[in-house]
Write a protein that binds this ligand. Structure first.
Ligand SMILES: Nc1ncnc2c1ncn2[C@@H]1O[C@H](COP(=O)(O)OP(=O)(O)OP(=O)(O)O)[C@@H](O)[C@H]1O
Ligand SMILES: [Mg+2]
Length: 251
């Protein structure tokens, strides 16, 4: 069948709007209700209520110690909430059995603060580990890792050990590792924190590209320059409290 050469009016409208298009379906993939996280007497997160929608691109920002990293950790059960409810893609984290935690984790790709690569294993192995843990077949693993390393521009560094790479290159390996399993949700904790502006721009472009493939992307950062350049919803934390939560639609 010949493709219809006439663009539908909705597509023209979206193209001309000049703002980030709102998610097509406003279905929350992450929901937090009255969430607290305490460390002894310290309240790292205080009564957080928040919905993050499918295919949203969200920044969590705020000063050091505001609770950004803690909020990310609660989402993949890196740590449990002290109080409140968290739903991720239909899973209630307070009720999930230990047996189903890997099922929850497979929904996430995670880019940790300071890369967290295995320094003694080559780039290829750092990325392939994810797929091995999922029990995928060897020939498929090779194909997917080759492909994702091409995506991040490191196809010629398969055998390199992480300490021999630049910071920007190590972060690209971390991005490859986070996306190789094709997770629905990508979490990134200060992904540009220790990078020069051009490496930071490369990393952000990779995260945006993965977002365009349909993923939900949540980034904790206090890099104002990156936030300014990148369309997305900004969620602000201060001393463990949500201080502003604009609606998901673009203004
Ligand atoms: N394991 C822990 N034990 C005790 N206190 C903790 C722990 N983890 C975090 N905190 C405290 O919780 C608060 C929030 O920490 P968090 O790491 O989430 O902040 P952040 O916003 O990510 O800061 P930064 O911008 O410096 O990364 C801080 O006061 C921190 O000291
Ligand atoms: Mg942090």
């Amino acid at each position: 069948m010949a493709p219809n050469p006439i663009a539908p009016p909705a597509a023209l409208q979206a193209a001309g709007s000049g703002t980030a298009a709102p998610p097509a379906e406003r279905q929350a993939i992450i929901r937090l209700f009255g969430v607290h996280r305490r460390y002894g007497a310290r309240n790292a997160l205080n009564d957080i209520g928040l919905d993050i929608f499918q295919n949203e691109f969200v920044f969590i920002t705020g000063p050091s110690g505001a609770g950004k990293s803690t909020l990310l950790k609660l989402l993949y059960l890196g740590e449990p909430a002290s109080e409140g409810q968290i739903l991720v893609d239909g899973l209630n984290l307070a009720r999930i059995s230990r047996k189903r935690v890997p099922e929850l984790r497979r929904r996430f790709g995670i880019i940790f603060q300071n890369y967290r690569l295995i320094p003694t294993r080559p780039v290829f192995a750092n990325v392939s580990l994810v797929l091995e843990a999922m029990g995928q077949k060897e020939h498929l693993i090779r194909k997917k890792v080759d492909s994702v390393l091409r995506t991040v521009g490191l196809e010629d560094r398969h055998g390199a050990l992480p300490p021999t790479l630049s910071g920007g290159e190590q972060q690209r390996v971390a991005v490859a590792r986070a996306i190789v399993g094709n997770p629905k949700i990508l979490l990134a904790d200060e992904p540009t924190g220790s990078l020069d502006p051009s490496s930071a721009a490369i990393i952000m472009a990779l995260l945006q590209r993965y977002h365009r493939r349909g993923a939900t992307v949540v980034i904790a950062t206090h890099d104002h320059e990156t936030i300014r350049r990148t369309p997305g919803r900004i969620i602000q934390l201060e001393q463990g409290r949500l201080v502003s939560q604009p609606a998901a639609e673009a203004p």
